[in-house]
Design a protein. Structure first.
Length: 255
């Protein structure tokens, strides 16, 4: 009976062997994804600038980055900080990354690595209560100007002879313009138009031409350098398969 029992065991094992092999293969294939999802979420600085980022995280960058990192098997948590402080946090490694930022910040913030695929183009424009042309930084001459602390493109390009008011809040910026406390404010086109529409600033309008149109990037802290190439390739994949365009149309196309 024992031999018969052993024979039955061997027979059953032979029959079940393909099943157990398939189970082991499935576990092996899923292990990297499960391991990635068990890691700490990535903390990405992304200030609230509707329609790019919103409190309920349904803005363009919110949806784009969540899908991007989901494809990589990673969760993401958005950290809301003032622009200048956000850069210091990410450079110090207190956050894992920074978005959206212009190219070249890695020269000053040496612990940050730029992901070499742009996330979006920003139209940097001027807004005023009176007719204005825009189109060049020199067009700001003879006007008082306001912009947000930490926006490096404005800090680096507004002529030194122009009186500048630096603020921390976009709403405060446009409110001062509406009250005629400053001649011109500088901001991103979509985000500026959203504030004007939401707050009913009917006397404020965008100047005729952008001061600059720049690609904007995601930066990662050097401790996450191993993710840079994969993030860039995943973003390119989202552009190829139409996901990027669908998110763009959903969040920005109707602005």
């Amino acid at each position: 009976m024992l031999l018969l029992g052993n024979g039955l065991i061997r027979k059953n094992w032979t029959a079940m062997k393909p099943f157990f092999s398939a189970v082991l293969l499935l576990v092996f294939l899923l292990y990297p994804v499960a391991g990635a999802l068990s890691e700490e979420p990535l903390r990405i600085n992304n200030s609230i600038k509707p329609p790019f980022s919103t409190k309920d995280e349904t803005g363009f960058l919110d949806l784009l980055l969540r899908e991007l990192f989901r494809r990589m098997g990673r969760e993401v948590v958005f950290v809301r900080l003032p622009s200048e402080r956000a850069l210091m946090f990410s450079n110090a490694g207190k956050s894992d990354g920074e978005v959206p930022r212009i190219a070249g910040l890695e020269k000053k913030y040496i612990n940050l690595i730029r992901v070499p695929e742009k996330v979006v183009d920003y139209d940097f424009v001027s807004f005023s209560r009176s007719p204005c042309e825009g189109g060049s930084w020199e067009s700001l001459s003879g006007r008082s100007v306001g912009f947000i602390i930490g926006w490096k493109i404005f800090e680096n390009n507004v002529p030194e002879t122009v009186p500048v008011l630096r603020l921390t809040s976009p709403l405060q910026l446009f409110t001062l313009l509406e009250r005629d406390r400053v001649d011109t404010v500088l901001y991103e086109r979509y985000a500026g138009q959203r504030i004007i529409k939401k707050k009913g600033f009917i006397d404020v309008s965008e100047c005729d031409r952008p001061l600059a149109i720049k690609p904007m990037y995601l930066y990662l802290h050097k401790s996450r350098s191993g993710l840079v190439s994969k993030v860039a390739e995943t973003l390119r994949e989202m552009k190829r398969d139409g996901t990027y365009e669908r998110i763009f149309e959903k969040t920005l196309e109707n602005e």
